[in-house]
Design a binder for this molecule. Structure first.
Ligand code: 0O2
Length: 284
């Protein structure tokens, strides 16, 4: 059994793996994609045939074409799901901007996991080598990250999204209420979104990460350091990162308190708003 594989012929969640003539599911080792690609490029098909797991008589170029087609279908559904959730966040953002000239959403970024990163995660998590298991167990193939200015806006966005009837919340992890040991803070949701294709509707999971600009700044620097040291970050840098996370959390708290104070001042003395606090002010 290869480390991870795709069943040839599977193109939807419901589809069952095609059976080979012998009755066993026909599995293609996805590493064969890379190896067959190398073989095709190097024009050295014969020596690499067994390495690539290509049966005698089978041309690696055909295997490559076949595997690529199925992976493309697999990833396409995630791309469409990502488009759906991205559209939903953009609608919220634009609606807020039109109505208030202010949006709780600062930035929206989305990404599809690369094949390499997916293969690494499948191997690390020991996920069985079929697409159905990968779909079931890896739920961040499609990911969207929303950044906000204030902590309370992270919850506001999460509520507005999860109230939408076509989204189903599959998981929620609140690393803001309970930060990770290293200081990581973020609100994570896994939502399932229906994707309407020409011949079927599929429910596709999308991971949504919502966090403040300060939390996002910390996470992106920590991510770079983590990768630079391949996970073996020197202890003194880890200590500094934890300390900086504490400072970022304190900044978020201070900014939140400042906004609350300004809001209550504006309510108590609406005349103050004339010049200083416009109704479209983010501190409103
Ligand atoms: P990438 O490159 O963003 O795709 P799992 O999703 O199964 O790996 P878990 O613990 O169930 O693991 O998911 P969790 O805790 O919700 O975290 C998933 C994602 O959150 C990670 O995805 C990161 O994007 C982010 N994340 C979690 N912890 C940290 C952290 O300590 N530092 C930073 N910078 N980001 C974090 P990937 O797949 O690891 O990476």
């Amino acid at each position: 059994m290869p480390e991870w594989g795709i069943y040839r012929g599977v193109s939807s969640y419901e589809a069952q793996p095609e059976k080979s003539a012998a009755g066993a599911p026909e599995v293609v080792d996805p590493t064969a994609v890379l190896k067959a690609e190398a073989a095709v490029k190097a024009d050295a098909v014969e020596p690499l045939r067994s390495l690539a797991g290509v049966a005698p008589g089978e041309d690696p170029r055909d295997v490559l074409r076949d595997v690529r087609a199925h992976l493309a279908t697999f990833m396409m559904e995630y791309k469409f799901a990502l488009d759906e959730v991205e559209t939903k966040t953009n609608i919220l953002r634009e609606e807020f901007e039109l109505a208030n000239d202010y949006s709780p959403i600062e930035h929206v970024k989305s990404r599809l996991k690369s094949l390499e990163s997916l293969a690494e995660k499948v191997a690390r998590m020991n996920v069985p080598s079929d697409l159905a298991s990968i779909r079931e167990e890896i739920r961040d193939i499609a990911g969207i990250r929303v950044t906000t200015a204030f902590v309370e806006d992270t919850y506001l966005i999460a509520d507005m999204l999860t109230r939408q009837r076509d989204l189903t919340v599959l998981a929620r992890k609140d690393y803001i209420a309970e930060p990770k040991e290293n200081g990581y803070q973020s609100l994570h949701l896994v939502v399932s979104v229906p994707v309407f294709l020409s011949d079927r509707t599929v429910e596709v999971p999308v991971e949504v990460q919502i966090r403040t600009i300060a939390m996002d700044f910390w996470a992106s620097v920590e991510h770079q350091i983590y990768y630079k040291y391949a996970g073996q970050v020197p202890p003194h840098l880890n200590l500094t990162l934890t300390e900086v996370a504490r400072i970022a959390a304190a900044l978020d708290m201070e900014m939140g308190a400042l906004r609350s104070e300004v809001q209550s001042l504006a309510q108590e003395a609406p005349q103050v708003r004339g010049e200083t606090f416009r109704p479209d002010d983010p501190l409103r």
